[in-house]
Design a protein around this ligand. Structure first.
Ligand SMILES: Nc1ncnc2c1ncn2[C@@H]1O[C@H](COP(=O)(O)OP(=O)(O)OP(=O)(O)O)[C@@H](O)[C@H]1O
Ligand SMILES: [Mg+2]
Length: 370
């Protein structure tokens, strides 16, 4: 059980903020379910988002990421469960009454309004004075690097610039919770990486809480304070990026984040795993029961090529993919299973077609139950 502590009010009229193990909670999702016909898009989710963190929802197509964001924003009603923002139950509050900013993948800008008018749109509706509005529009456009573009129309902007306008429009009224649904997926890789840095900077500078949806694991690793991995409408694991990568708790997480070499099999007495790829040692403290089915997971950087007939496994080099700082060598085992070995510039090249052995340190392999 977590310890709940009541913090003093930050300002009059603001809801009391409870803390979980010391960190204030911005959003609390309790038993949240959503059913469409006979499909459970979400299965009774529990999630706590800390104040000021950038949490990504990561998962394959159809895992429920957008559904969860839509329910938090108030666009879709849940079938069960509740949503608390700053400790107030907002499950049935209309969308416009929640202090939430939203940026979607193709955030439609108004085509007949200039950049400045698009960005200031939300302020008009909030009865902010003209001078104050001008000041905040300029500030927001400077923030996203669009200083000189106040008078342009959306059609005169590139995709990346339009997406920046959408960000400025969201940040301008300083919502304390921001939801972003794949806001960068329409951009090319280079621009996407630049925008990721922009979002990180905006997040740092504004101190807002951000929930960011992506199905791109690299994006999630680069951006997040924590990653919430979703799979078939359920949360598989929530952790910081490094823990998620180094200590995935399920095979689904190991397979989704980074490249994983997976050796499936059954646990034998004597701490061995036996399967189609052979009989290999389990790491100490693997926690598996005899006869349990599961897999040994080893990251490419922990697999080492050794001479044929040496090492724990034998295979044939079938491909070699150059990727700048590293080369990924693909090795086929007798079972047909393909493993990836990461080699750096200094390593001797491996000839395609050659037979090699593979080894790893026991502590670098993880056993995950099936
Ligand atoms: N309005 C709807 N009516 C019926 N089913 C829906 C509706 N919206 C979503 N679903 C279903 O709910 C499940 C989750 O969909 P959701 O859009 O949340 O997935 P997602 O993780 O955002 O996927 P993607 O990465 O493709 O955007 C899917 O099976 C989807 O078909
Ligand atoms: Mg989606």
């Amino acid at each position: 059980m977590s310890t709940l502590t009541q913090l003093p009010h930050a300002s009059p009229g603001q809801a009391p903020v409870q803390s979980v193990n010391g960190a204030a909670v911005k959003l609390r999702v309790e038993g949240l379910g959503k059913r469409y016909g006979n499909i459970d898009a979400l299965h009774a989710l529990d999630l706590q988002v800390r104040s000021g963190e950038l949490l990504t929802l990561l998962g394959a197509s159809g895992s429920g990421k957008t559904t969860l964001l839509q329910i938090i924003s108030g666009l879709v009603a849940p079938t069960s469960g509740r949503i608390l923002i700053d400790d107030r139950d907002q499950t049935h509050a209309p969308a416009h009454q929640r202090d939430i900013g939203v940026v979607f993948q193709n955030y439609a800008l108004f085509p007949h309004l200039t950049v400045a008018q698009n960005v200031g749109f939300a302020l008009d509706m909030r009865a902010v004075s003209r001078n104050e509005a001008q000041r905040r529009i300029s500030e927001a456009l400077t923030m996203v690097g669009l200083d000189s573009m106040h008078q342009r129309f959306p059609r005169e902007l590139s995709g990346g610039q339009q997406q920046r306008v959408a960000l400025a429009r969201c940040f301008i009224y300083k919502p304390s919770l921001i939801l972003m649904d794949e806001p960068l997926s329409a951009l090319d890789r280079k621009l996407r990486e630049t925008m990721q840095m922009e979002i990180k900077r905006l997040h740092r500078e504004t101190g807002s809480t951000i929930i960011f949806v992506t199905h791109d694991q690299d994006e999630a690793l680069a951006l997040s304070d924590r990653i919430c991995m979703m799979h078939n409408g359920r949360i598989e694991q929530i952790d910081d990026p490094q823990t998620m990568y180094e200590r995935p708790r399920t095979l689904a997480v190991a397979r989704f984040i980074g490249i994983s070499n997976v050796l499936e099999g059954k646990v034998l007495p004597g701490n061995r795993l036996d399967g189609a790829d052979g009989n290999v040692a389990l790491p100490e403290g693997h926690g598996a029961q005899a006869n349990q089915s599961g897999a040994l997971v080893i990251r490419p950087e922990h697999l080492h090529a050794v001479a044929a007939e040496q090492g724990a496994l034998q295979g044939q080099v079938v491909d070699s993919v150059y990727a700048g700082v590293e080369t990924r060598v693909v090795v086929r085992l007798a079972s047909g299973n393909l493993l990836v070995v990461r080699r750096s510039g200094g390593d001797a090249p491996l000839t395609i077609g050659s037979r090699i052995g593979l080894e790893w340190l026991a502590q670098h392999a993880r056993f995950l139950p099936a």
